[in-house]
Design a protein around this ligand. Structure first.
Ligand SMILES: *Cc1c(COP(=O)(O)O)cnc(C)c1O
Length: 371
């Protein structure tokens, strides 16, 4: 029984997020909150923005952490860029690509899709062919598709194709940011969003968002204000910069935690961090192959931070997942949509990406597959 006083279990979180949190981040989370206009918090925002620009590899002035989870980042970008009737092209090869299409329609966009089966990724040519069909205002694409474990390559070329045909590129970097390379400026990405609880390893509740110059102009020149007050990027820009006008009571605690987590990313160094995720990903893949559960995604576009081992049909995969949780305190996730029952989703994100966690998981799987 869970009573209000019982401590949560100490899980090893190896699912698609949230990832585990470094004790130093938890310490920051537990420090006393200040008011949403306290000079301390406004100063912290400045540091947080600089750190976010560092991990996004951008100089975009409009780089904030929006209140809410990754989905609020998604909604913020789309509700501010789309005006009713705008044409939007959504590249969908998994669950999150489809969620962008769903939100795009809710924002009043005329959504077309270019699709690929789950687990595959797009070539630049097929994106460009789709972009030629009409004059799209936006192209949306997911960098790291957490529902399949596929990494979309060639983002720079995709951005170039979008711009050639007059569209802005919206990039979902929820699972890639802090785990694999993301270079907004070099790739010329117009807007990207992420989440605090995946490879950045902070608690969930904030969505880093970065808006480039072309997208900023579109947002500043809207005919009508965005349909969402809460996610209005113009109002965010006033609160974070300029006049610091009250917009909403942002959670100081979550900003402390995210800023601390970002400091740890910078301390580790981006390149070192990506190499760590890669090395640990390879360790997991080798172990899974030895268990007869090879990764579904081919090596050339396989994500090191989220692996989808293929499961034999006879395996009672749900039972093994619940045994992992109950007996070993290890969380992994099942497949869903087109991959339901066919794969697991094993995340090695941020603080969770450590060799001893992989060893614990592989040892537990070996035991459970043989009994
Ligand atoms: C997790 C995730 C989201 C949604 O983030 P939430 O924090 O769950 O709202 C969006 N896109 C991708 C690729 C994700 O993995």
């Amino acid at each position: 029984m869970v009573t209000p006083n019982s401590a949560p279990p100490s899980r090893i979180l190896l699912g698609p997020g949230p990832s585990m949190t470094d004790p130093r981040v938890l310490e920051a989370l537990a420090t006393p909150p200040v008011g949403h206009l306290d000079p301390y918090l406004l100063q912290l925002y400045r540091e947080e923005q600089e750190l976010l620009r560092g991990v996004f590899q951008t100089h975009n002035e409009w780089t904030f952490a929006v209140s809410g989870t990754g989905t609020s980042g998604m909604e913020a970008v789309l509700v501010n860029l789309i005006e009713p009737g705008d044409s939007v092209l959504c590249a969908t090869n998994g669950y999150f690509g489809e969620r962008l299409a769903d939100i795009g329609s809710r924002c009043g966009g005329n959504v077309d899709r270019v699709t690929r089966p789950w687990g595959e990724v797009f070539t630049v040519e097929e994106i460009e062919t789709a972009l030629k069909k009409k004059r799209y205002k936006l192209l949306t694409i997911v960098h790291a598709e957490t529902s399949t474990g596929a990494l979309q390559l060639n983002i720079r070329e995709i951005a170039e194709a979008a711009h050639k045909h007059g569209a802005l590129l919206v990039l979902d970097t929820v699972t890639s940011l802090g785990g694999v390379e993301v270079k907004l400026d070099e790739w010329d990405v117009d807007t990207a969003y992420s989440a605090s609880q995946k490879c950045l390893s902070a608690p969930s509740g904030l969505a880093p968002v970065s808006i480039g110059p072309r997208a900023r102009q579109v947002i500043q020149n809207r005919k009508k204000p965005a349909a969402s007050f809460y996610l209005d990027i113009n109002l965010y820009a006033n609160y974070w910069g300029g006049t610091h006008a009250y917009h909403h009571t942002a959670s100081a605690s979550l900003h402390y935690a995210l800023t601390r987590a970002l400091q740890l990313v910078v301390e580790e160094g981006l390149e070192v961090r990506f190499a760590r995720h890669r090395r640990n990903g390879e360790m997991l893949w080798n172990g899974l192959v030895d268990l007869g559960l090879p990764p579904l995604i081919p090596l050339d576009h396989r994500l090191p931070v989220l692996t989808t081992p293929q499961l034999p049909e006879i395996l009672d995969e749900a039972r093994i997942r619940s045994r992992l949780l109950e007996e070993q305190n290890i969380e992994i996730a099942g497949g869903f949509g087109e991959l339901k029952g066919k794969v697991w989703r094993i995340g090695l994100m941020g603080y969770s990406s450590q060799p001893q966690n992989i060893t614990r998981l592989l040892d537990a799987l070996l035991l459970m597959l043989s009994t």
